[in-house]
Design a binder for this molecule. Sequence first.
Ligand SMILES: C[S@@+](CC[C@H](N)C(=O)[O-])C[C@H]1O[C@@H](n2cnc3c(N)ncnc32)[C@H](O)[C@@H]1O
Length: 224
Amino acid sequence: MGCQPNCKIYHFKKGRVIRKQRIKFFLAKILTKSIKVWPSYIALSLIRRRCKIQLTTKMLQNISKTIQRESPCNLLVFGLGNDSFLWSFVNSKGTTIFLEDNEKWFQRATKNSKVLVAHMVDYNTRLKDWEIFLENPSLLEMDFPDIVKSTKWDIILVDAPAGWGKGPGRMKSIYQASKLVNRPGHVFVHDCEREIENIYCNTFLKEENLKTEINNLRHYYFSS
Ligand SMILES: C[S@@+](CC[C@H](N)C(=O)[O-])C[C@H]1O[C@@H](n2cnc3c(N)ncnc32)[C@H](O)[C@@H]1O
């Protein structure tokens, strides 16, 4: 047939594309696996872009390195996000639990996953009432599943609930992090450029425990 020479070129080009894709896939697999041994900036940056994670690569690296240093550890995360798989993966030898308050998002995020262990929680707060809660810390108590209450959490990441607009605010998650964290232990809080996160962190996690700040992510360390 007249088209045969073109077909040869087509198959040659197609083969090259497939080979390139296989190499890319292979490299991506190696890079992803490598973060368990060493959370390199390049690997995390690729994962961040692919998974559309909001935390910056520097933040992901700082948290990943802390998890690795403490591994195997108990990691509690306030909020399911695009980064959830990463935390479960980096802490695969330990226990990782996520707490989520948005039912729809909870169903969507956990639907096809056997890896993520997540529980629904109810904050029952409104951001605009933050001053009332600050004056009455007993109102910041909340109900958790038994596993959350009985575990000593080596690392806690607070990136939920919604801390803007009509959201519940992070008053309870920050307060509870200060109570649930193991001694020694680490607490990371995102979005600390916001007034309420800043006030609650200063009140309950305290400046003397502040280890580092990466833009608006604070890392607190509590010694034993
Ligand atoms: C601020 S996000 C966490 C972001 C994550 N740490 C990241 O870097 O990608 C946490 C909260 O946002 C909500 N959320 C996260 N991803 C969402 C999505 N794709 N669609 C709807 N809600 C989402 C959930 O209610 C969750 O508790």
